[in-house]
Design a protein. Structure first.
Length: 227
């Protein structure tokens, strides 16, 4: 009798769970998950900085952030932090519950972006600009998978999306599209930066995150389960 080897694709992957703030810390593997969360959020900010220095267009929310910087005496990273807490106010009527990952997302992404912009000079050639833009999008997909897979709660903007989808009964895809079209439109009215990088981000970020998410999703205990 022969047995057929199990292919890697057939091996069950850890599943994402929707845990409350307390359950997130009771779910196990906290040191590993916390390190992954912090690294993912820092890299997310680095990816934003790379796209800015590539100067070929920003992610949809960052079009809005760059537009705010034209009217307020704040850096791009500070605009990211400011909008994160503004968006969190919208969680209240949506009854979304923030976790430690939500708060750290609001603080670290913008700070990391500003540090990257301080350290990195703008690209001086088209090859450099393309490399920074493509690298920024790819890094953002990886960073998203890392911080989501750490299972410490959604970021402010992701929570807005899931909350609106739950309250309206509409699909996540539709809600996310409407949100991002809206923030791009507002960002453009404020003088934000739109370009081919924006289109590349919109097309690639979902598939890239989905590609890396199974690898970076940390298995955790469901509430009430002992191991």
């Amino acid at each position: 009798m022969t047995t057929t080897p199990t292919s890697p694709a057939a091996v069950a992957r850890p599943a994402l769970t929707d845990l409350g703030p307390v359950a997130q810390f009771r779910a196990g593997r906290v040191p590993r998950r916390m390190v992954q969360l912090l690294v993912g959020l820092v890299l997310y900010g680095v990816s934003l900085g790379l796209m800015v220095r590539g100067h070929l267009g920003l992610a949809p929310w960052d079009v809005l952030h760059s537009g705010l910087g034209r009217y307020l005496p704040i850096t791009l990273g500070q605009a990211v932090i400011l909008m994160s807490f503004v968006v969190l106010l919208a969680w209240i009527p949506l009854k979304e519950v923030p976790g430690i990952g939500t708060v750290l997302n609001a603080l670290l992404v913008g700070s990391s972006a500003d540090l990257t912009l301080w350290l990195l000079e703008p690209a001086g050639s088209w090859a450099g600009r393309i490399g920074l833009t493509v690298g920024g999008v790819a890094l953002c997909g990886l960073a998203s998978a890392m911080y989501i897979g750490a299972q410490f709660g959604r970021g402010p903007r992701d929570g807005l999306m899931t909350g609106l989808a739950r309250r309206t009964g509409r699909s996540l895809r539709l809600v996310r599209t409407l949100i991002e079209v809206s923030v791009v439109a507002i960002g453009l009215l404020l003088g934000g930066v739109l370009g081919v990088g924006t289109v590349l981000y919109a097309l690639a970020i979902g598939p890239l995150t989905q590609l890396w998410l199974p690898t970076w999703t940390v298995e955790v205990r469901a509430p009430g389960v002992r191991r």
